[in-house]
Design a protein around this ligand. Structure first.
Ligand SMILES: Cc1ncc(COP(=O)(O)O)c(C=O)c1O
Length: 472
C-alpha cells in the first residue's frame, strides 16, 4: 500500500502513549483495540488533523498520512521499496514537531446576516440550482499582512469588497482558488470530501504564486464555519450539492511588479446542480491546435485565475464548433493530451487498463483524479499514469483499442467524452455515449461522497453543527 507506514509492536505502545500524552484519547483507545481494517478509522483533531490509524491484517497498525510519509522519506527514515517502515522514535519526533508547529484552532468572529434568506425562499432556490449563479447568505474572510501574518478571521454576511483601482490583483493577477463540495446525506448530515487535499493544493498554489500559505487548519476551519452557518443551503438529492469556493487575492494598493504585502482569503458558497446544462450522457470536446493552457515551468499545476483566463479563448473556439469543452494538448509539441479546461482525463483501453496523463507540472493534480486512480486500482484495474498522444487516441478510438474516455473533476464529477472534434475532422469514442466503466467509477465515487457506501479511506469529513451561543 502506498503511503502506508507499518509500526512494530513497540512503536504501537509509544504511539498510544504519545496520543494519550497529547490528549488524543480516542486514538489511544484505537491503538489498543484490534479490529478489522474497515472497522476502525480514527480522525484525530487538531493539532494532528487527518492522521488515520487503522488496524491492518488484524495485527499490524498502519497509519496513512501523507505528511508523515513525505517527512519520513525526506529524512530517509524509512526503507524504500515496499511500504515504508518507520521507527517509533521517528513517529514520536513527528508528533512533537506537529505539536510545536500546530496553529491553534482558529477563532472566527461571527456576524450573522441581519436579513437572512427565509427558509421557504432557500428551499425554492436550492430546488434546481443553476451552477454558480445563486449564493448563500454568508462568507468567511481572513486577512494577511506582512509582519502581522494571518489575522481578522470573520464569518459575516456576504458583501462586496471595496477595492481601490490600484489594488494589485487587478493588475498583476495574484489570485488563487479552490473548488470543493459539501454534500447532504440521507440522514441530514452534511459532509465534505477530502477537504485536506484542497487545503494542501491551496498551499501549493500560493507557493507558486508567491503568496502566503494558509495553514491547513485555517483553511478547513474557514470552510467548515461557512458550511455550518449556511447548512440550510446544502441541497439533498443526487447531483446537487453546495459548491464551495475558497480563494485568495492580493489587496495591497500599488503599481509595480512584485509580490504584494497584503492579501484576503475568502470562502463563498453556492448551491449547485449538474455542471453541464445539457444533462447529456456524454460530452463533445474540441482539441485546439492553436491554443495551449500551460507550458513547462509555468503555472499549470497551480489553481490560479490566470490559467482560466488564458483558456477562455479556446473555450470560445470550442463553443463555436458545437463542443462543450476543450481538451488541451501540450505546449511544446501539441501532441500529448493534457487535460480539459476544468477536468482531468482518463482512457479505458481494450485490455481493461486505464490510462491518464501524468502529473508533469503542466496539469492540475485533481483530487477526483487521485480518488479515481485509487478506487479503480482497488477494483482491480491497472492504471497507467503515462503520456498519451492525440493521434494515438484518434487511431485507438477508430480501432476500438480505446473503449471509453471520461473527464473528472469536482464540478462535473465523472463525465463521459463521446466525441472529439479538431481542425482535421471528428471521431467518436465507443458508441458515443457513456460507457459501463465510466458509470461504474462514477457510482463508486459518488456513493462514498454521499455516504451511500462505506468510507474505508477516511475521505469524508462530517461538518458538525456548532452550538449557537447567546448573542450570536
Ligand atoms: C484545470 C483543472 N483540471 C482538473 C480539475 C479537477 O480537479 P479536482 O478533481 O480537484 O476538482 C480542475 C478542477 O478544479 C481544473 O480546473
Amino acid at each position: 500500500m502506498r503511503n502506508a507506514l507499518r509500526f512494530s509492536k513497540r512503536s504501537r505502545v509509544i504511539l498510544r502513549d504519545e496520543c494519550l500524552r497529547f490528549g488524543v484519547a480516542e486514538a489511544a483507545k484505537s491503538t489498543i483495540a484490534c479490529r478489522p481494517l474497515d472497522a476502525l478509522i480514527v480522525q484525530l483533531g487538531i493539532p494532528f488533523p487527518y492522521i488515520f490509524i487503522r488496524t491492518f491484517r488484524g495485527s499490524e497498525y498502519v497509519a496513512v498520512h501523507k505528511t508523515v510519509c513525505s517527512l519520513a522519506r525526506e529524512r530517509r527514515n524509512c526503507h524504500t521499496g515496499g511500504p515504508p517502515t518507520i521507527t517509533g522514535a521517528f513517529f514520536l519526533h513527528f508528533l512533537h514537531a506537529m505539536n510545536k508547529t500546530a496553529t491553534p484552532q482558529p477563532e472566527f468572529a461571527l456576524e450573522r446576516h441581519p436579513q437572512p434568506t427565509p427558509a421557504d425562499a432557500i428551499t425554492a432556490l436550492i430546488a434546481e440550482p443553476v451552477f454558480g449563479k445563486v449564493f448563500t447568505d454568508h462568507m468567511v474572510t481572513i486577512r494577511w499582512k506582512e509582519g502581522l501574518g494571518w489575522h481578522d478571521a470573520k464569518v459575516g454576511p456576504r458583501r462586496a469588497f471595496e477595492i481601490d483601482p490600484a489594488c494589485a490583483v487587478l493588475h498583476y493577477a495574484q489570485e488563487i482558488f479552490e473548488g470543493m463540495k459539501a454534500y447532504r446525506r440521507d440522514n441530514g448530515e452534511v459532509s465534505l470530501f477530502r477537504p485536506l487535499e484542497n487545503a494542501k493544493r491551496f498551499r501549493a498554489s500560493a507557493s507558486r504564486m508567491s503568496m502566503p500559505e494558509l495553514p491547513e487548519e485555517l483553511f478547513l476551519g474557514a470552510v467548515e464555519a461557512l458550511v455550518d452557518i449556511d447548512r440550510a443551503w446544502v441541497p439533498g438529492g443526487n447531483g446537487s450539492s453546495l459548491y464551495l469556493r475558497p480563494f485568495m487575492f492580493a489587496i495591497e494598493n500599488y503599481l509595480g511588479v512584485r509580490a504584494a504585502s497584503e492579501y484576503v482569503f475568502c470562502v463563498i458558497a453556492c448551491p449547485v446542480g449538474p455542471y453541464f446544462k445539457s444533462g447529456k450522457s456524454a460530452v463533445t470536446v474540441w482539441a485546439s491546435d492553436t491554443y495551449t493552457r500551460a507550458a513547462p515551468g509555468g503555472t499549470g499545476a497551480a489553481k490560479c485565475g490566470g490559467n482560466y483566463a488564458a483558456s477562455l479563448i479556446a473555450q470560445t473556439e470550442a463553443s463555436s464548433h458545437g463542443c462543450d469543452q476543450v481538451v488541451f494538448l501540450d505546449a511544446a509539441s501539441h501532441r500529448w493530451i493534457e487535460e480539459l479546461g476544468g477536468m482531468n482525463i482518463f482512457f479505458l483501453m481494450d485490455d481493461n487498463s486505464l490510462r491518464t496523463p501524468p502529473l508533469s507540472g503542466t496539469i492540475l493534480p485533481g483530487i477526483t483524479r487521485a480518488s479515481i486512480i485509487e478506487l479503480a486500482r482497488a477494483e482491480g484495474f491497472t492504471v497507467n499514469e503515462a503520456p498519451y498522444a492525440f493521434d494515438e487516441w484518434q487511431a485507438d478510438s477508430a480501432s476500438g483499442r480505446v473503449k471509453e474516455t471520461f473527464a473528472c473533476g469536482t464540478a462535473a464529477v465523472v463525465t463521459a467524452i463521446g466525441a472529439v472534434r479538431h481542425a482535421g475532422g471528428e471521431f467518436t469514442i465507443g458508441d458515443g455515449g457513456e460507457g459501463q466503466v465510466t458509470r461504474q467509477l462514477r457510482t463508486l465515487l459518488t456513493d462514498i461522497q454521499r455516504g451511500k457506501a462505506p468510507d474505508s479511506r477516511g475521505w469524508v469529513r462530517t461538518v458538525e453543527a456548532q452550538p449557537v451561543t447567546a448573542g450570536q
